[in-house]
Design a protein around this ligand. Sequence first.
Ligand SMILES: Cc1cc2nc3c(=O)[nH]c(=O)nc-3n(C[C@H](O)[C@H](O)[C@H](O)COP(=O)(O)O)c2cc1C
Ligand code: SF4
Ligand code: SF4
Length: 377
Amino acid sequence: MDPYDRYELMVNGTVVQTPIVLAAMAGVVDAEYALARREDAGMVCIGGYSIDETTMAASRLLVEAGRDEFLPDDPTAEIRAQSEMLSESGLVVAVNMRGSAPESFAAVARAVGPGIVYEIDAHCRQEPMIAAGCGEALLHDTDKLERVVRALKAEHVTVSVKMRAGVAEDDQILARALWQAGADIIHIDLMDFGHTKLRQIRNACPLILIANNSITSFTVVKDMLAHGADMVSLARHADPATLASLNEKLAAYADETGWYNAPKQLCRGGDIRSLTFCCMPVKNCPLIPALENLDISRNEFISVKLNGVKNTLLEGGENTCFGSLAWCCKSSTPCMFRNMALKEVGLSLPDYMRYKRRLSEKLMKRVFEGDAFYAAE
Ligand SMILES: Cc1cc2nc3c(=O)[nH]c(=O)nc-3n(C[C@H](O)[C@H](O)[C@H](O)COP(=O)(O)O)c2cc1C
Ligand code: SF4
Ligand code: SF4
């Protein structure tokens, strides 16, 4: 199947071949590393590169302490050269950067241009980097982090923020602030928080989310995708055998289900995208507090759902519980009535899920137009 039809995912104007990202490792992840893995990855974050005098000095201290670092004389020229080596690779290319001031980031983007994604390293917790005012320091100085995002966006480039969960005061508030500042992607190291933290961030902003940390098996990948991840990333375990196995299983799963990162249903712990599978708001269930949280009335919810399926194959389904496939459950929930309705209109279960994805996008548009957000766990 064509990768766009399979995942319907684009980043920085490029179709993502597979939602597997090679996460940055300083001194390790460069063009050569990425080219050796390109068959089973969709995106690479090369670097991290220290991009100004202050952070290059911090890198030198790390090298003295025995860590691997990229330390080219001219980081901008090196970033340009490495990304040019990847220009025909089919990978979405991002560069992970440590800088001490917003202008340092903007200067690289100005020089290298919009062909790559600019990833702000707000993740590194090595003392010299924190002292240089970058890495994790940015999660304690979120005003500065927002200024870095804004400085990059002023250069008209796609921006990712690499962060660690549980460091900032409130990850949901931070996610919303990054979205308001113009960020396009949040690349989140979930540490030990797992999918609970991921779902919180999914519920707080409509950005592309890359889930990271200990993604070692397809079971973990599926868990991340079902709780809000658009992509998953690997650093320590990005060996060719693991990548090949994940890529193969992901493709089969996407083709079989029709929506590779479909959420769980809301009452089974799904994120807010799962409103697409919700029933009419007529019973006492988690939908009611969710709508209250979002400041969406029951009547408005009904009209957004019904308008969302108008003139589509989901409009019908008079013998289903609520008279329209708009209200029907996820394909993994067996149901004779839904399946009969689908048969009548000639829709396969994977195609049904593709339509549900469209409906979810319309619902999310409404959710994120409002000021309220789903703050529940
Ligand atoms: C040796 C090494 C170097 C790393 N360097 C960077 C870096 O420069 N920038 C960054 O954002 N993350 C860096 N990371 C963090 C990884 O990208 C990733 O977030 C972390 O290892 C957890 O993911 P994993 O379980 O897939 O390894 C580094 C990790 C390792 C092990
Ligand atoms: S409306 Fe239906 S699917 Fe949604 S939470 Fe309630 S019971 Fe679950
Ligand atoms: S008809 Fe089946 S799929 Fe549709 S809402 Fe009822 S139980 Fe769910």
